[in-house]
Design a protein around this ligand. Structure first.
Ligand code: PA5
Length: 445
């Protein structure tokens, strides 16, 4: 169960705002539930945890099993919403060091999320002598970064295994009917999974987009969906007192109205780092438009207390901090006692790492609130697949509510096209000749 603790923002907010905001939250909530708000055609994720395609889910599980049996590595090709969720979940549940661990599941390499030649070469080198499969993920099927990367890995697969076996080792997750990737998949006979029309990239982690790589890493995707389904029921309720998403969305909106400009998502677990990357895309693309929106940033504590801690404590006061806290670790790790006490740490001897972390969390919380950084706590249970399913759905639902409170369409991303147009023009893509000339003149080329 997710609990939102707003105790530490109260001093930053003047009047009780819940009553004033409740009618607007109710409207936003109804729009999400009924899919009749702006961008409502992209609210398929709202009921997904109970209404997903069970036949496809079983195919995902079967494909994951096959990949686990015939591959030592899975190359996942994708970017943005077709990348961050899977990586976030795998790092959070299986470790950021997943590829280095002794395990009976394949290594997972994420490519197509940059245009970096060194990275591409490195992954190809890592695949030497390694049996591998490829999961290419692109809803549009036309995104440049993954499309280019897929050319390289498609060729590598075909050189290694021949065309037929290469096709058997390629899994395409894309639109049901449209796009270059769909055509490629149909021609070559790749096993295909669908990104539903009514679910945008950044809300798609609980579709095949995230589920196939996550299942290959050995995560129990049934538990992940069960956690999301449980949070879906909680978030379907009306009222700030019952619904943690109403509490979080309402509080951060009120903080924004009171002048905060940046929300930092913090966690005290290195494994959560890529979940914060996923969260940044979710909120940044959903809210950052029409000159509005909190800028979503992230930190990993306690590491970043030694780098960003100074700014958070005393820099410009435009920050709001949201901290995701997990329940206790399975590992106690009491600090060993040392007779000599050369490091002076015997006052901690016998204390578990969790105990020390809790004091660090509480101490930091008090310091930040005192320093003018209001703090929202998102308290989750023990880190496992069920809990992470809850967290994913909670942040998605809160994001939809937040977007509607801001009066923006939380499900489009028109600004993303601008860099793409310029890049295509500079690369000489047919149809962009005139823009290409204008841009080259600006660049003096
Ligand atoms: O959320 C979004 O829509 C984007 O971030 C996309 O996920 C990203 O651009 C990748 O798009 P596609 O899956 O079409 O390749």
């Amino acid at each position: 169960m997710i609990r939102v603790d707003l105790t530490n923002i109260q001093s930053a907010l003047g009047l009780p705002y819940e009553a004033a905001l409740a009618p607007r939250l109710k409207i936003a909530h109804k729009h999400l539930q009924n899919g009749d708000g702006v961008g409502g055609e992209f609210t398929g994720w709202v009921h997904l945890p109970s209404q997903y395609d069970k036949e496809e889910f079983a195919r995902i599980q079967a494909a994951a099993k096959k990949i686990q049996q015939d591959s030592q590595a899975l190359v996942v090709v994708g970017i943005g919403g077709s990348y961050l969720g899977a990586r976030g979940v795998i790092e959070c549940l299986c470790s950021p060091n997943y590829n280095l661990k002794k395990k009976d599941t394949p290594n997972i390499y994420f490519v197509g999320n940059s245009l970096d030649s060194d990275h591409l070469t490195e992954v190809m080198e890592l695949l030497e002598g390694v049996d591998f499969s490829v999961n290419v993920i692109s809803k549009s099927g036309t995104t440049t970064e993954p499309a280019v990367a897929f050319r390289f890995f498609r060729r590598l697969l075909e050189e290694r295994y021949g065309k037929e076996e290469a096709a058997r080792r390629t899994y395409a997750t894309t639109d049901r009917a449209r796009g270059a990737l769909k055509s490629l998949a149909d021609q070559a006979g790749y096993e295909s999974f669908v990104v539903p029309d009514e679910i945008g990239g950044r809300y798609s982690v609980l579709t095949a987009v995230g589920l196939l790589p996550i299942a290959v890493a050995g995560v129990d995707i049934e538990q992940l969906m069960a956690g999301a389904a449980s949070m879906m029921e909680v978030c379907a309720q009306e009222g700030t007192e019952n619904n943690p998403a109403w509490q979080y969305a309402g509080a951060r909106y009120e903080m924004y109205r009171s002048g905060k400009k940046i929300e930092i998502l913090a966690a005290y677990s290195p494994a959560f780092r890529f979940m914060t990357e996923w969260w940044k895309q979710l909120y940044g693309e959903s809210e950052g438009k029409e000159n509005k929106g909190l800028f979503p940033a992230s930190v990993e504590f306690t590491a970043d207390l030694h780098s960003m801690g100074q700014y958070i404590q005393q820099g410009e006061r435009h920050l709001l901090e949201t901290v995701v806290r997990f329940g206790p670790s399975d590992f106690e790790n009491p600090v060993p006692f040392e007779e000599e006490n050369g490091d002076g740490l015997n006052f901690l001897a016998g204390r578990s790492m969790d105990f020390i972390k809790t004091q660090a969390m509480d101490g930091t919380l008090l310091a930040h609130v005192e320093g003018g950084v209001p703090n929202i706590i998102v308290q989750a249970d023990k880190n496992n697949a069920f809990t992470l399913g809850e967290i994913i759905y909670f942040f998605e639902y809160s994001c939809g509510l937040s977007g509607y409170l801001l009066d923006v369409n939380p499900f489009d991303q028109p600004g993303v096209e601008d860099y793409k147009k310029n890049m295509f023009a500079l690369l000489g893509k047919p149809g962009y000749e005139e823009l290409g000339e204008q841009l080259r003149a600006k660049l003096n080329r």
